[in-house]
Structures are given as structure tokens and as C-alpha cells.
Ligand binder design. Structure first.
Ligand code: NAP
Length: 313
């Protein structure tokens, strides 16, 4: 099976991975970027991006990621269409095995594996995933033309999903466990101004109700957390937008992780507990989680990897 060696090995191809790779290639280091399961990362399922600096008008997430990737290739980054299944950080060069069977080794490693959608964790959710339960309005909103849908969550993602679903559904019910959103004020104003959206406060989803064969969602059993009153909301679908969990399973036992599974990095640095291994983007950021901050930490990681190569190799 093929072996590839890099001075800087980057895993993950969202804004953090692309930026780390661009900077490393421009520092004249042979740089390999292993794309991962979702090339381009979370922005490829985002709707319009309005807050990435440099664009007066909103841009499409997939377009922005195509441009970052193209910039990397132009700078000399070798992009591998592969996702990692195994990691060995015991000694340098670090070894990463791809799903293809290819082995990648790196004198330095920059981990940019991002985060994935968090699910409610109730049994009925599993039953209807892909059959009316989704975590991506961009991907699945189209299936709800002329139907009624619910969204659960209270952050920017939930508000954005609810707004986007009004392009398809006749009615969107946004269910939130508290009585105020954490979404940006501007997003909330748009939400409250939209007549198709109805907000249900202080409420959690207890069960997704529907038919078994073929599986289809018909409603939700919900509980008001203040009154404990149980009620049923009729709906054709549920979009879960309750945040993300970092993609760090492969690094457990090798890199230091916090209680929520985020990679711990040194203060004002992307350095992990293993010298030569750096982490950037959402995989190490439980606080900001923005495309622009991910790109910023990707840049930091590349500069730190460059210093490491200069000092120690
Ligand atoms: P988030 O800001 O962490 O919000 C998650 C929401 O889900 C919170 O309202 C939380 O409730 C709720 N929640 C969490 N676990 C839950 C559970 N088990 N059951 C019910 N509700 C639950 O996550 P996000 O909205 O995905 O956003 C992530 C980051 O991406 C944020 O920094 C956000 O600003 C950014 N983002 C930006 C844009 C944009 O700028 N256009 C779009 C999308 C996302 P509580 O409020 O009670 O904690």
C-alpha cells in the first residue's frame, strides 16, 4: 500500500486545515492535506456565509471552501481524498492510516478534524434519522416542500435552519429548552419577523412519533420543563441543531482532551501535549467556533509547526 511522507501533515479540510496547509506550503514545507469524510468541513453544508471578512455580499459556504482548497493547491499542497481511520503518535514521524489503506507520515501533524452535529440521544431519533429526522436543512430541507417541520435548538444554527426551512415548509416550529436564544440579535430579529415561524419556549423533545413501515415522522412528544406538561406537536420532520461535538475519537488516549472531548492546547498556542502535534479549528475550540477563528488558529498551527521544524529537525 502507498506510503506518503510530509514535513507538515494536515488532517481535515475545513477553514483551519486549509489555512494551515496554505501557510505550511508557502513556508516551503512539503505539505499533505488529508481531506477527511466531509471535504471542506462544516461550511460545505452551511447556507450563506455573511460574516467571513472580505465579501461585501453573502457567499455560499461550498464556494468559499472550494476557493480555500484551490488556494492550497496553487501554493503546492498535496491534497489526498482520504479520511483517517488510525493514528499513531508514539514517535516521530507521526503515522496516520487512511481509509484507503494508505499510510501517511508527518514530521509534524496538524489536527483539524473539526466537529460533528450533536444529536438529542433519544431512541426514536435513531429510528427516524434519514426518514424525517435530520441535522442539515441545506441537505434535506427540499424534502419538506409544503410540509410542516420542527427545529430544536436555540443558537445561530437553529435560527438559521428555521429561517432556511421557511423556503420549503408551510410552518416551522422552533423548540428551545429555555426562554431566550443564544443566537445573534440580528438573526433573532429575522426569525421573529418571519410569520411562518412559531417558537415554543422552555420545551424539550421527549420522543419522535411516527409510522414504522416505511418510517415517517408524524409528530413529537414534548415536555414543558417549567410545568412538566406533556403535549404532542404534529410535524412531518425534525431538524436537530443543538451544537456540535469534536471529532476526536481517534486521538483518545494519545492527545490530552478536556471533559467534552476537545483537544487541549497550550495557552495562546495550538501546541498539544505531544511536541510536534498541533490542533486548530473547532476540534480544540469550545468557545468561538467560527470559520474565521478556525482559519486563524490554522495559521497559528502552521507557524508553530514551521518553528518546530526549524528548531528541532
Ligand atoms: P450553540 O451556539 O452551542 O447552540 C446550541 C443550542 O442547542 C443552544 O441553544 C443549547 O441550549 C441547545 N442545546 C444543546 N444541547 C441540547 C439538548 N440536548 N437538548 C436541547 N437543546 C440543546 O451551537 P450552534 O447553534 O450549532 O452554533 C455553533 C457555533 O457556530 C456558534 O459559535 C455559532 O455562533 C456558530 N454559527 C454561526 C452561524 C452564523 O454566523 N451564521 C451559523 C451557525 C452557527 P442552551 O442555549 O440552553 O444552552
Amino acid at each position: 500500500m502507498a506510503n506518503y511522507h510530509a514535513k507538515v501533515l494536515v488532517v481535515g479540510s475545513g477553514p483551519a486545515g486549509c489555512t494551515a496547509a496554505i501557510y505550511s506550503a508557502r513556508a516551503n514545507h512539503h505539505t499533505i492535506l488529508v481531506e477527511g469524510l466531509q471535504p471542506g468541513g462544516q461550511l460545505t453544508i452551511s447556507l450563506e456565509v455573511e460574516n467571513y471578512p472580505g465579501f461585501e455580499q453573502a457567499v455560499q459556504g461550498p464556494w468559499l471552501m472550494e476557493k480555500m482548497m484551490a488556494q492550497g493547491k496553487h501554493a503546492g499542497v498535496v491534497v489526498m481524498e482520504d479520511s483517517i481511520v488510525k493514528v499513531d503518535l508514539q514517535e516521530r514521524p507521526f503515522t496516520v492510516t487512511g481509509d484507503s489503506g494508505a499510510i501517511y507520515t508527518g514530521e509534524t501533524l496538524i489536527v483539524c478534524t473539526g466537529a460533528s452535529a450533536r444529536w438529542l440521544g433519544i431512541e426514536s431519533e435513531e429510528r427516524y434519522k434519514g426518514f424525517g429526522v435530520s441535522a442539515c436543512a441545506t441537505c434535506d430541507g427540499f424534502f419538506f416542500v409544503g410540509k410542516e417541520v420542527c427545529v430544536v435548538g436555540g443558537g445561530n444554527a437553529a435560527v438559521e435552519e428555521a429561517l432556511s426551512l421557511t423556503n420549503h415548509a408551510t410552518r416551522v416550529t422552533l423548540i428551545h429548552r429555555r426562554n431566550s436564544f443564544r443566537a445573534e440579535r440580528m438573526m433573532q430579529d429575522r426569525l421573529f419577523a418571519n410569520e411562518k415561524i412559531h417558537v415554543v419556549w422552555d420545551t424539550v423533545v421527549e420522543e419522535i412519533l411516527g409510522e414504522e413501515r416505511p418510517p415517517s415522522v408524524k409528530g413529537l412528544k414534548v415536555k414543558n420543563v417549567k410545568t412538566n406538561r406533556i403535549s404532542i406537536i404534529k410535524t412531518d420532520g425534525l431538524f436537530v441543531a443543538i451544537g456540535h461535538i469534536p471529532n476526536t475519537d481517534l486521538f483518545k488516549g494519545q492527545l490530552s482532551l478536556d471533559a467534552e472531548g476537545y483537544i487541549i492546547t497550550a495557552h495562546d498556542s495550538t501546541a498539544t501535549n505531544i511536541p510536534g502535534v498541533f490542533a486548530a479549528g473547532d476540534v480544540q475550540d469550545p468557545v468561538y467556533r467560527q470559520a474565521v477563528t478556525a482559519a486563524g488558529t490554522g495559521c497559528m498551527a502552521a507557524i508553530e509547526a514551521d518553528r518546530f521544524l526549524t528548531l528541532y529537525l
